[in-house]
Design a binder for this molecule. Structure first.
Ligand code: PA5
Length: 454
């Protein structure tokens, strides 16, 4: 037995205190009062933002996003999303979890009129940037044909992130060449999402882009998935953004009111924290069961690493996709060093009709699969989950399960909000400010000096 009930009971008061601190943070944030130095930045705005948007705040921002998204989607067949880190990973998570797995390969009708989506500006990769420009050149030759029109959503809170800014120049140049530099399309088909002030904001004003959306002050990049950063492109892709917000808001309410032991946020923090503190499990494996959850895992990797990887502390996150990675990392998780806590993310009901393994004539049964008698893939997956958990348990390797009844906008809203809340609670519990990322500045500074000849 690695831990027993006593450990959870003893941790409960500290967890309650961490939750209260998070709500004191919100009060302080809402009051606009002076924030003590050790709490700066205090980007607690994400916690109540879903409710605020649902209540019509920010000048009915939710409606405005939906309306603009409807228009843009009716005008374009290819959308290039430029952004990095928190300005990219949330939308990628939503896209992979909630859109058709082969979305970009479908015809426009099969995509129900939603544009294809491409991500760029999240690296300095010449080959992918060139590859996308080439693809757009090959597929977009007649700007008057709806199926051949493309546009850009550029997301950068600061407006000063080199990867995104460089990509924006490159893709903007291509767009202006396509539609003509002074055409109204070259303005209409660029939608910047940025802070209230900053380089991209002032450029957008100067260039006369008609549609822009804000990245609110007080919400940091990796906590911004339920602001226009994630919501606007999600709306363009036809994702039900109000339902995402309802899911997120429901999680905030559960976090606010449910006691330890019935509170998904606090219980997740307790499990992760106790296994790290008591058993030295400093690697947190997020074991996603299904390809569509991989990008949610990568989004979480950033959230945990950038929020708590400070002052020589913070667990190391690692996302795996099973059963795929049982055939790669599985060996190490079963028999390697005992520093790993495995949290499964399991979707209970598939979103599509179960696909049975066909039964074949006996002389073609070399693979012996007839014994499965047409069992569907979800049943095979379930056996893999149970079999894996059992194998870990037999070797005293702990696992926890996060169960999603289905994969839809509501449950994804709940899941992502739960992880953001858990991250800030854990930060308060271990005395690390979860907001801000001072360490990221070091490489940027050096890179700037090198490029400037320093
Ligand atoms: O979490 C964060 O704050 C970062 O990952 C940022 O989102 C990332 O660096 C991009 O910043 P910006 O939106 O200012 O371009």
């Amino acid at each position: 037995k690695l831990l027993d009930e006593r450990h959870w009971t003893q941790l409960a008061p500290a967890l309650e205190e961490a939750r209260e601190e998070v709500f004191r943070d919100i009060e302080l944030f809402n009051s606009g009062g002076d924030v003590p130095e050790e709490k700066q930045p205090l980007d607690a705005g994400f916690i109540e933002y879903p409710r605020r948007l649902l209540d019509g705040a920010e000048d009915a921002l939710l409606d405005r996003m939906n309306e603009s998204a409807n228009t843009l989607r009716g005008d374009l067949d290819h959308l290039v999303l430029l952004g990095i880190g928190g300005s990219y990973m949330g939308m990628r998570a939503l896209f992979e979890a909630l859109c058709h797995p082969y979305h970009n390969l479908l015809d426009r009708d099969e995509r129900r009129g939603m544009p294809r989506l491409y991500f760029e500006g999240n690296n300095l990769d010449n080959d992918t940037a060139r590859g996308l420009l080439e693809l757009l050149r090959l597929h977009c030759r007649d700007k008057d044909d709806l199926n051949q029109r493309w546009g850009i959503v550029v997301i950068s809170k600061s407006g000063g992130t080199l990867e995104t800014a460089a990509a924006f120049r490159i893709f903007r140049e291509a767009l202006e060449q396509y539609y003509g530099p002074d055409s109204e399309e070259s303005r209409r088909f660029v939608v910047p999402i940025t802070g209230e002030t900053g380089k991209l904001r002032s450029f957008s004003e100067q260039r006369g882009y008609g549609t822009t959306f804000p990245v609110p002050d007080g919400i940091g990049g990796r906590f911004s998935v339920f602001t226009p950063v994630g919501l606007y492109p999600a709306a363009v892709l036809g994702i039900d953004i109000a339902e995402l917000l309802r899911g997120a808001d429901a999680m905030t309410e559960a976090f606010r009111s449910a006691p330890v032991g019935e509170n998904p946020v606090l219980d997740y923090v307790a499990t992760s924290h106790l296994f790290e503190r008591e058993c030295g499990m400093t690697t947190r494996i997020l074991s996603t069961w299904g390809n569509r959850l991989e990008a949610c895992g990568l989004w979480y990797d950033q959230l945990l690493a950038e929020s708590l990887g400070k002052q020589e502390q913070g667990a190391t996150p690692l996302t795996v996709v099973n059963t795929r990675d049982l055939h790669s990392r599985g060996q190490q998780h079963q028999e390697g060093t005992r520093d790993k806590l495995i949290t499964n993310v399991i979707v209970e009901q598939p979103s599509s009709r179960p696909l049975p393994v066909p039964t074949v004539e006996e002389q073609l049964n070399q693979d012996q699969l007839n014994r499965l008698e047409g069992k569907p893939l979800p049943q095979l997956l379930d056996a893999a989950i149970q079999g894996t958990n059992r194998a870990y348990a037999e070797d005293q390797r702990p696992t926890a399960d996060l169960l999603l009844p289905s994969l839809d906008a509501h449950t994804v809203g709940q899941l992502l909000q739960m992880m953001m809340l858990a991250t800030v609670v854990e930060g308060r519990l271990i005395g690390i400010n979860p907001y801000g990322q001072p360490g990221v500045e070091a490489y940027k500074r050096n890179m700037g000096e090198i490029l400037d000849g320093g």
